[in-house]
Design a protein around this ligand. Sequence first.
Ligand code: ZN
Length: 266
Amino acid sequence: MRIFEPHVHMYARVTDDYERMALAGVEATIEPAFWLGQPRTHAGTALDYFSHLLEYEATRAATWGIQLFAAIALNPREANNRPLADEILARIGPFLDHPRCVAVGEVGFDQTTAEEERVLRLQVEMALKKRLPILVHAPHRDKKAGIERTIKVLQEMKVPGDWAIIDHSVEETTPLILDAGYWAGHSVYPVTKLTPERAANVVQQCGVERVMVHSAADWGHSDPLSVPRVILELRKRGVPRATIQRLVWDNPYSFYARSGKIPAIP
Ligand SMILES: [Zn+2]
């Protein structure tokens, strides 16, 4: 089974994880820019981080035969420091133009503040202008309300359904996202997010059309093999191989290939 892991923070993982992922069938990944765990004090640290994802991380992945592409954005959590946010946004353009930047993300809401909405709108505007797909982070608290507000912003800004994915969706919110015409991403993450069994339930209830699953593995107690675990669970339930292949390869590939920057992966 070929696997395209559409959301993993390899910046926070060791090289052995790449080897385990490659052995499990991962051939391509998306690494979205995320919050590094403490507030930034200088815009330059964000810019160096973007270039680290686009260059060093892609090289590290290639060692294991994995193609790594990045989604670049100012993280929602960092939107609340306005001077810093504006300085980063003023200098983010060249990173979005990089040949390995295939999306704008993660954007969205964290504490669901007015500043976060301002930065979300600015980054959606950039994505539309540069014809890049948008990866939206759904807030972990008040998820449903946060997703409703996100959908409202995307619709007001006339983002076509095929151009945005809302990640960290759960059973309750997936129908809401799919009904609005957008893609729904599901984090399979020990303890705090979905288990492989719950992700398999979502797939069986909602189908695989505009649906993705990912590990969101990062600094926390997480598992870069979450997608293979979902595959195993679906196979145990007798889901056809072609359906699973669409979920874990065709969907991420076709969504991010809209950027025009993902070559055919033979
Ligand atoms: Zn993430």
